[in-house]
Design a protein around this ligand. Structure first.
Ligand code: ADP
Length: 586
């Protein structure tokens, strides 16, 4: 653009200068042409008059008596370019200063001679028959030896032509000088005139190259409206671009703020991608805009799923995964233009968490149903057996079956209690709840004292570390009760002899509850998993303990929702030690 504008400006200058030159050439040419003819005519006229004077003077000389004509004629034009001829009344040449009169033809036919013989002055310009060059002739009547003769003086026009040529040369030289001056002056004026145009062109060029900060010079005169229009254009452009930029940034922020990955496809070309796309799909930080699907770095399974829905485009969602990073994704395809289906919006959401929760829920329902089914089936079977024993009057056997029915019913009840506790722990926590740990431990111990004494176990609480201190935990008392009850139940259930002890401790902002026993312990390889729902170390143990496999998961759930932690240390045959830490309340 720049060079084209410059070219335009320079050609504008040249055109202006050339215009000047044409005007000067026309004026000078017309002037020269109008003067040249009259000047030539005047010179000829002047020369003819001169020749006439010479002829008349010579006629006087010839008229004198006893003149010898040939030497007189020669003498009269001696030392000049003139030629003198004397012609008799019959046209015979009597004397000539240049030729031998004998060799010359009869001159009666020459117009100037004829006129002179008739008594007036004759003039003519023609090519000389004898010399072959343009001649100017002037003839006057004269007398020689009392006879009427014509005396003619002639001169070559060559000289006059030379004067004309000289005049023409000078004129052309002057014209040349005038043209050069016109060119110089024209260029100078054009430069002055072109400068503001070039300034504006410069501004326009800078604007066109994208720099809208450029100042537009304020011009005066005819260019003022153009300059102000350019300036307004720049301001408006800047404002619009600013508004567009703001809008773009807002849109970008919104798109980047979305949790779902967004890809805008032009055919298979990615034209827009957001931050979530980079995070979720482990794509380069500066996005994949500009790349094609194939080399975007997306997992192959995802590309295949996108392509599957692109050709032909089918709007809607599918689930993909788990991908190599173990995540489940939901892919939603939304074609943007109904016609060509060229542009497509692809939304990819991470549904890993949701999928996991759903799976856990499914597993839980299956496990819980299974756990409920087992004692129920046992009870039905035992009831049938008791009935049969009663029919056979085998009272002892019947009573044994009834006893077992009681055990299965107790297990069922425990399962229902645990499930109720579990659903209770799903309800929102009570904010600002405070529990006195002395009270909670005493209450829990008294609830389990009968079970402990039945097994001959020593069940006791140890508050020695917190003597004379209040020990309050920032937690809901029912949550603490659920945790303590389950830990104590396990300790008593999996200990055959020895003691079960609860130690209460407090350090800084933390309160600690340690439940330890001298029981069978937990094999190291199972320690990791005992907190899982329905996980049991050894199914055969459970028969006797009546455990549901939910106890420790309830403990962890109850403690963690109060902001605390629970851990278990144990080894086979060396007892078990469960530690709960909770934030302290003052
Ligand atoms: P359950 O209701 O079966 O006791 P829990 O979730 O409370 O289920 O415990 C999971 C498993 O951990 C139990 O099946 C048991 O084998 C083992 N366990 C828990 N507490 C103790 C303990 N104090 N001593 C030995 N084993 C334990």
């Amino acid at each position: 653009v720049r060079t084209r504008l410059q070219l335009l400006a320079s050609s504008y200058r040249l055109r202006l200068a050339l215009g000047y030159m044409v005007v000067v050439a026309l004026v000078a040419g017309l002037w020269g042409w109008s003067l040249f003819g009259p000047i030539t005519d005047a010179v000829i006229e002047q020369q003819q008059t001169h020749l006439q004077g010479v002829a008349q003077a010579a006629a006087l000389v010839l008229g004198a008596p006893d003149v010898e004509i040939t030497p007189a004629v020669a003498e009269l034009v001696k030392g000049t370019d003139l030629r003198m001829t004397v012609v008799a009344a019959d046209g015979a040449v009597l004397a000539d200063s240049a030729e031998d009169p004998g060799s010359m033809e009869n001159h009666s036919g020459r117009p100037e001679i004829r006129m002179a013989l008739e008594g007036s002055v004759g003039r003519d310009i023609r090519e000389s028959a004898t010399q072959g060059i343009e001649q100017m002739y002037v003839a006057v009547p004269a007398r020689y030896a009392r006879e009427r003769v014509a005396l003619r003086v002639s001169e070559s026009l060559e000289r006059i032509g030379e004067i004309g040529a000289q005049t023409r040369r000078t004129g052309l030289a002057l014209l040349g000088v005038a043209l050069v001056l016109a060119l110089i002056v024209g260029l100078r004026i054009a430069t002055l005139a072109a400068r503001p145009i070039e300034r504006l062109a410069q501004s326009a060029t800078t604007m066109a190259s994208g720099d809208l900060g450029v100042s537009v010079p304020a011009e005066s005169g005819a260019l003022a409206p153009l300059a102000s229009a350019l300036s307004t254009l720049r301001t408006q452009l800047r404002e619009r671009l600013g508004a567009l930029e703001t809008e773009r940034t807002n849109l970008h922020t919104v798109v980047d703020g979305l949790a779902d990955a967004i890809l805008l496809l032009d055919g298979e070309q990615i034209s827009v991608s957001n931050r979530a796309a980079s995070d979720l799909l482990a794509l380069p930080v500066n996005g994949v805009a500009g790349r094609s699907l194939a080399d975007s770095g997306l997992p192959a399974s995802l590309i295949a799923a996108i392509r599957d829905r692109l050709n032909p485009t089918r709007a809607g969602s599918t689930e993909v995964g788990p991908d190599p990073r173990g995540r489940s994704l939901r892919l939603t395809i939304a074609p943007l233009d109904r016609s060509g289906a060229e542009r497509t919006l692809v939304i990819i959401s991470d549904i890993t968490d949701r999928t996991r929760v759903e799976r856990m829920r499914r597993d839980f329902v299956a496990n819980a149903s299974h756990e409920l089914k087992t004692p129920t089936a046992a009870i039905l079977l035992l009831a049938e057996s008791a009935e049969n024993a009663a029919a056979d009057d085998d009272e002892a056997q019947a009573l044994a079956f009834v006893g077992q029915i009681g055990q299965e019913a107790a297990r069922l009840r425990q399962l229902v209690i645990d499930l109720l506790d579990l659903s209770r722990l799903e309800t929102p926590i009570v904010q600002g709840a405070v529990t006195d740990l002395r009270e909670a431990v005493d209450l829990s111990l008294s609830a389990h004292s009968r079970a402990a004494s039945t097994k001959g176990l020593d069940l006791k609480a140890d508050f020695s570390a917190v003597e004379n201190e209040d020990v309050f935990a920032a937690a809901d008392r029912t949550d603490i009760a659920i945790a303590l009850d389950n830990l104590l139940a396990n300790a008593i259930a999996y200990t055959d002899s020895g003691e079960v002890r609860v130690v209460v401790d407090a350090t800084g902002d933390i309160v600690k509850l340690v439940v330890s026993d001298t029981g069978m312990g937990i094999p190291t390889e199972d320690l990791q998993r005992v907190f899982e729902r329905f996980y049991r170390v050894d199914r055969s143990r459970v028969r006797d303990s009546g455990g549901t496999g939910l106890g420790l998961s309830l403990v962890r759930h109850a403690v963690e929702r109060a902001g605390g932690k629970v851990s278990i240390e144990s080894a086979t045959g060396e007892g078990t030690r469960a530690t709960i830490t909770l934030p302290r309340a003052r």
